[in-house]
Design a protein around this ligand. Structure first.
Ligand code: BGC
Length: 484
């Protein structure tokens, strides 16, 4: 029987900082600037909590790895933070870029000399840090999954405050700027070159559509750069698609490990299944949120203008595995398209369901909701897996978990979601791993420390890891039982 991977998952920005002596700070990312911006704090767009008061996985990773080991896990997923490796621009390093007839980047050559130059620009202390982290995981027998981009960008790539002020005039425009695709490829090539011996699975992006939806279409949710700009949203989609494909190629130059992408596949259901318009809204949600990336990267079917008219672009069909982050579903109803440029955005989440619930209540379907207000809906995990199965690639549940500081919902949440995954496997889905979000509490983006996902609570003063006992024991048993 093939190995099934049971793991936990962390991102860099949400877990790393928090040393009481302020060691291991990374002040060079967009999110670092974003969460301390007075306008954001004053307008309650962010919590005012600061990541440097956080979990300190950077200093305490050996403890966290040991906790993961003691749970019986065999896999560990983490992010190597771009802004730590390259705190300053890599733009001066020359690489060769080729384009296709649409003007899209179809090839980036990062020659040996370029890697040497990147090596001089890299922060070698941070390189040594991640080498240490990965070696420790290997020493403990873990299979390693490494993500190259989990939302955060170096501040020289994306200055969200400048962009919010004026996108045209901003110097660092994130994924809106195609030039940053090339910089990401350099970063990917460099990391693959440096770390390939210690990495078993690569992921390029974590949840690229979240960047699009929250950053460029919903300024009230506290996600950088916090603007409404559908044209920019489209550019961010295309540039991330190209960045994934070219990073894939770059990694393959140095590593034989599978390269995938992590998507938060959200199954959408019509509020009223007899209402044609609600049914259409659910289809549009699925197309926009789930299928754009899936179709492009697995089949080379690319909806460049986001108008349901995909074209075939073979050089974008690059993907060995699909990561699925699942928390809850969406129940949607029809609304007239909100942006002329994006006619498929014709849905709105129905109140009380999915992501649109009230904290610690029940949904209209009588499902409990988390501290975040997210509805507990395990069948959605089953449905999302079956959707991914259409693409014929191995699937890994790369995140699943629940915000539940009092540990009331989590044990059952874990069991029911793992059961839903097992049912999908019984029905033919090729699922090869499950990663819980998260081993410990984390910095929950705009919500700061108010939202707690950890199997272990973290005391933010002492940094002690305190088991949420019932969940720890549940996950341990689930892992011990395995797939039977
Ligand atoms: C993201 C994590 C986040 C979690 C809970 C996932 O979609 O990848 O960064 O903490 O959701 O909101």
């Amino acid at each position: 029987m093939k190995t099934f991977y049971w793991g936990v998952v962390q991102s860099a920005f949400q877990f790393e900082m928090g040393d009481p002596l302020r060691r291991g700070i990374d002040a060079r990312s967009d999110w670092w600037a974003w969460v301390r911006d007075p306008f954001n704090i004053k307008n309650d767009l962010v919590s005012g909590d600061l990541p440097e008061d956080g979990i300190n996985n950077y200093g305490l990773y050996e403890i966290d790895h040991r906790l993961a080991k003691d749970l019986g896990l065999n896999a560990y997923q983490l992010t190597i933070e771009w802004s730590r490796i390259f705190p300053c621009p890599t733009k001066g390093v020359e690489v060769k870029v080729e384009r296709d007839s649409y003007g899209l980047i179809k090839d980036v050559k990062v020659p040996r000399e370029a890697l040497g130059e990147l090596d001089k620009l890299a922060n070698q202390r941070e390189v040594a840090h991640y080498l240490g982290v990965l070696r420790n995981l290997k020493k403990l027998g873990f299979t390693t999954f490494v993500t190259l981009n989990h939302q955060t960008l170096p501040i020289w790539v994306h200055d969200p405050l400048e962009v919010r002020e004026n996108l045209q005039r901003a110097r660092a425009r994130g994924w809106v700027d195609e030039g940053n695709v090339v910089e990401f490829v350099k970063f990917s090539a460099y990391v693959a070159w440096k770390f390939s011996e210690l990495v078993d699975f690569w992921a390029t992006f974590d949840e690229p559509m979240v960047t699009v939806e929250l950053g460029y279409l919903a300024p009230y949710v506290g996600w950088p750069p916090g603007i409404i700009n559908p044209e920019a949203a489209k550019a961010v989609i295309v540039n991330q698609l190209v960045a994934h494909a070219r990073a894939y190629d770059a990694i393959k130059e140095h590593s034989s490990a599978p390269v995938g992408i992590i998507l938060n596949t959200i199954p959408a259901y019509p509020l009223d299944p007899r209402n044609e318009r609600d049914v259409k809204a659910a289809e549009n949600y699925d197309y926009f949120h789930n299928r754009i990336f899936l179709n492009a990267l697995n089949r080379g079917s690319v909806d460049l203008d986001l108008n349901w008219e995909p074209v075939k672009i073979k050089h974008l069909a690059r993907n060995d595995w699909i990561g699925n982050n699942y928390y809850t579903r969406e129940v949607v109803k029809w609304t007239e398209p909100r942006f002329e440029e994006l006619p498929m955005v014709s849905f709105v989440g129905a109140e009380g369901y999915g992501y649109s619930g009230d904290p610690n209540s029940v949904s209209p379907d009588n499902n409990p909701t988390s501290d975040f207000g997210w509805e507990v809906y395990p069948k959605g995990l089953y449905d999302s897996i079956m959707e991914l199965t259409e693409y014929g690639k191995p699937v890994y549940i790369t995140e699943n978990g629940v915000a539940d500081s009092k540990d009331i919902l989590r044990p059952r949440y874990i069991r029911e979601h793992v059961d839903a995954m097992k049912t999908a496997i019984e029905n033919g889905a090729d699922v090869r791993g499950y990663f819980h979000w998260a081993l410990t509490d984390n910095y929950e983006w705009a919500m700061g420390f108010k939202i707690r996902f950890g199997l272990y609570e973290v005391d933010l003063i002492t940094k002690e890891r305190i088991p949420r006992k019932w969940s720890v024991e549940t996950y341990r048993s689930v892992v011990r039982e395995g797939l039977e």
